[in-house]
Write a protein that binds this ligand. Structure first.
Ligand code: 13P
Length: 335
């Protein structure tokens, strides 16, 4: 298969109405942080047990078209010896891989950060492809303050996302491009709108310069929200209106799908906001879907609590949350 056919086949499986992506790509420190409140120790074996529970949830492929994995998971097997990437493929779910190596402070730009991991990326992707991965994810992070993100921060981060996406497409991987404007702080919804617009504008300008084929990528943005510490919180309708306004101004219609991150929203908020966008704006040029980590997994972790006997209850919790987000993709979720 030539590369464009390969990218076309992958994007067609990833982007299906009423389906979204499960982000299960927590790094070792992050999964340890998620396991702690439920009293589970993070070991290679508990991480394997938890992720194989997620991926073998009966019929989860009805609402999930792709799963983002952490490198360790790609080499792990279910209890019966099946590779976890194969467990996903059997459920008609595309396995993907987080390829960035986390963030460091951006030099000469106090308060801004930059993500590492471009060196050797093409070679790593070839290994991951042999292990079954067909798409990739890279996250850049933007904190909001009075002077952040700076012009330098916005441009440098956009450049990283575009260089990553271009390498992915050359290797036959669909890139998920994830610029996350953080929810931390006391900024207003208007300030988040202004920052998100500048960020996405720079990202698409860089993608264009690096000749990324927009038809074969997925955008994974944050929603436009007031900061967590802002005195007045926004309704799903206000979040929907502000988010769609920014997306319309910045994201070309050639992009097939926009799959939001949940970024610290509760599972119910994440579903309600996505639902409001699809209910209020039914005729947008892109699919509006989800690529949630915490908003899908929080109820699952609580139900599981690290115990094998809770596996069916945990799988039911995942199925339920995925089904509700599937409804939100059609604007048909009723709380
Ligand atoms: P959250 O939905 O928990 O923000 O995770 C999504 C993700 O992939 C972060 O990189």
């Amino acid at each position: 298969m030539d590369i464009e056919d390969e990218l076309q086949a992958t994007i067609a499986e990833m982007v299906q109405p009423g389906k979204g992506i499960l982000a299960a790509d927590e790094s070792l420190p992050t999964i340890t942080k998620r396991f702690k409140p439920i009293g589970a120790e993070s070991t290679e074996e508990t991480r394997r047990a938890y992720r194989s529970l997620l991926f073998s949830t009966p019929k989860i492929g009805e609402f999930i078209s792709g799963v983002i994995l952490f490198e360790e998971t790609l080499g792990q097997r279910a209890d019966d010896g099946t590779l976890l990437s194969e467990v996903l493929s059997r459920q008609h779910i595309v396995p993907g891989i987080k390829v960035d190596k986390g963030k460091i402070p951006l030099a000469r730009a106090p308060g801004d950060e930059i993500t590492q991991g471009l060196d050797g990326l093409a070679e790593r992707l070839r290994v991951y492809k042999g292990q079954g991965a067909r798409f990739a994810k890279w996250r850049e992070v933007y904190a909001i303050s009075a002077r952040n993100p700076s012009r330098l921060g916005i441009d440098a981060n956009a450049e990283m996302l575009a260089r990553y996406a271009a390498v992915c497409q050359e290797e036959g991987f669909v890139p998920i491009v994830e610029p996350e404007v953080l929810i931390d702080g006391d900024h207003s919804l208007e300030r988040c709108l202004e920052v998100t617009e500048a960020v996405l504008h720079a990202v698409f300008h860089a993608l264009y310069r690096h000749r990324v084929i927009l038809e074969y990528m997925v955008l994974k943005p944050s929603m436009v929200l007031p900061g967590k510490l802002h005195p007045s919180q926004a309704t799903p309708e206000q979040v929907a209106a502000a988010t769609v306004k920014v997306l319309r101004r910045t994201v070309p219609a050639a992009v097939p799908s926009i799959n939001f991150l949940s970024g610290g929203l509760s599972p119910m908020e994440a579903t309600a906001n996505l639902n409001a966008m699809n209910a209020l704006f039914p005729r947008l040029p892109w699919e509006l879907s989800f690529s949630y980590g915490r908003a899908l997994q929080q109820p699952v972790l609580q139900a599981w609590a690290g115990r094998v006997e809770n596996r069916p209850a945990a799988q039911q919790a995942l199925y339920r949350r995925a089904r509700l987000n599937g409804l939100a993709c059609h604007g048909k979720y009723r709380p």
